[in-house]
Design a protein around this ligand. Structure first.
Ligand SMILES: *Cc1c(COP(=O)(O)O)cnc(C)c1O
Length: 375
């Protein structure tokens, strides 16, 4: 009634959640295999997360970034430990803000060095967010329509096609930005060979490698960062979605040398790294670290079960999985909803599954039974 109609919302609303289940006003139960698009990583109403949020709300919700912030330091320490080499972190509130900050950071890095390497190479079918920088880096015209002119300085290549990358890189290219598994673009995976060659090209041409782990990060694919499956070392990593377990928070992790481009006053956010968000994310990171092998195990179980359905190519890793059904899948989403299963359709024909990381095999079996019924 009063809301802008920018979302095509499904005809259901929820009043309560517990673990992998959501409940509507009539007490109907839904198996949640979207988890707020990979946000509710520990499941709904995780008691430890609820407790941390309660406690932090009773102490301090927010202080300005004008002051020393121990909650950010604690969380940043954990993220840098996962990153595995000297790095620094900037906190914001969402995925698009994290990418926006990363884009500003790499531009500033080259400006500081007196080089005109302001261009960023990104990928077709990629998705990086809705604000102008991130939108301009998003290689899908359907998101641009009506919003042109976009920000200048972006070139696009095709995933898993090194020739297209070499063609698109020029003297003014300063960074390459990519998702290791494209989420919104249809769960499209980078091949190991492609990532190895891409990373070698970055070293050869001194390009900064920026990995958007907004969807793939924080344990979603069974390692803390998805790029860790491939043995590559990015210069910058962006996070959001699952990081706060449902509390809005985004982060940019950058190698120490790159991070130095953000001198005092160059970038900021009023809410970014809010005490409540950092306390929540800190707990989420601890729990996710304990869940990684569980994610790999349940993820490969689920991938196998999805394959056995025989309805199309199954892609993804860990608990970020998709079936390319080869046809419009919004109907399937509605049918699943009627039967109490929440799934998502992306890129038109890809059924996407992003269950909470605490999901167990019996929940997977329950989801598969419903999928069998609707196929
Ligand atoms: C969702 C997403 C974003 C945008 O995150 P918001 O929090 O919606 O701004 C950016 N990059 C990737 C890979 C995403 O999946």
């Amino acid at each position: 009634m009063y809301l802008m109609e920018n979302y095509a919302r499904l005809p259901v609303s929820f009043v309560r959640g517990e673990g992998v289940y959501l409940y509507d006003g009539e007490g109907r139960r839904y198996l949640d295999f979207i988890s707020g698009i990979g946000v509710v990583s520990l499941g709904h109403s995780h008691p430890d997360l609820v407790e941390v949020i309660r406690r932090q709300a009773g102490e301090i919700l927010h202080v300005s970034n004008l002051f020393v912030n121990p909650w950010q330091e604690e969380l940043a320490g954990k993220l840098v430990e996962e990153f595995g080499e000297p790095a620094r972190v900037f906190f914001c509130n969402s995925g698009t803000e994290a990418n926006e900050a990363a884009l500003k950071l790499v531009r500033k890095y080259w400006r500081d060095r007196g080089e005109n390497r302001y261009r960023v190479l990104a990928f077709r079918r990629g998705f990086h967010g809705r604000t102008y920088g991130s939108l301009s880096a998003t290689g899908q015209e359907r998101f641009w329509e009506g919003f042109e002119p976009l920000l200048e300085g972006f070139d696009f290549a095709d995933l898993n096609d090194m020739d297209s990358v070499r063609r698109a890189v020029g003297e003014e290219t300063g960074a390459i930005l990519l998702e290791i598994i494209q989420g919104e673009g249809g769960v499209n995976e980078c091949s190991e060979e492609f990532l190895r060659e891409l990373s070698a090209l970055c070293r050869e041409l001194n390009l900064l490698l920026v990995v958007d782990e907004v969807q793939t990060g924080v344990g979603r694919t069974g390692l803390f960062f998805c790029y860790q499956h491939y043995g590559i070392k990015p210069d910058v990593v962006t996070l959001a979605k699952g990081l706060g377990g449902g509390i809005p928070i985004g982060a940019v992790i950058a190698r120490e040398e790159v991070a130095g481009a953000f001198a005092p006053g160059t970038h900021g956010s009023t809410f970014g790294g809010n005490a409540l968000a950092c306390a929540a994310a800190s707990l989420v990171v601890d729990r996710v670290r304990e869940l990684l092998s569980h994610v790999r195990e349940v993820g490969s179980y689920m991938k196998e079960k999805l394959r056995e359905l025989n309805v199309g190519e199954v892609r993804g890793r860990g608990l970020m999985l998709g079936i390319d059904t080869g046809r419009e899948c919004r109907d399937a989403v509605l049918k699943a909803l009627e039967k109490g299963l929440l799934v998502n359709c992306t890129a038109g024909s890809v059924l996407r599954f992003l269950p909470p990381l605490v999901v167990r095999k019996e929940h997977v079996d329950e989801a598969i039974r419903i999928l069998e019924e609707i196929i």
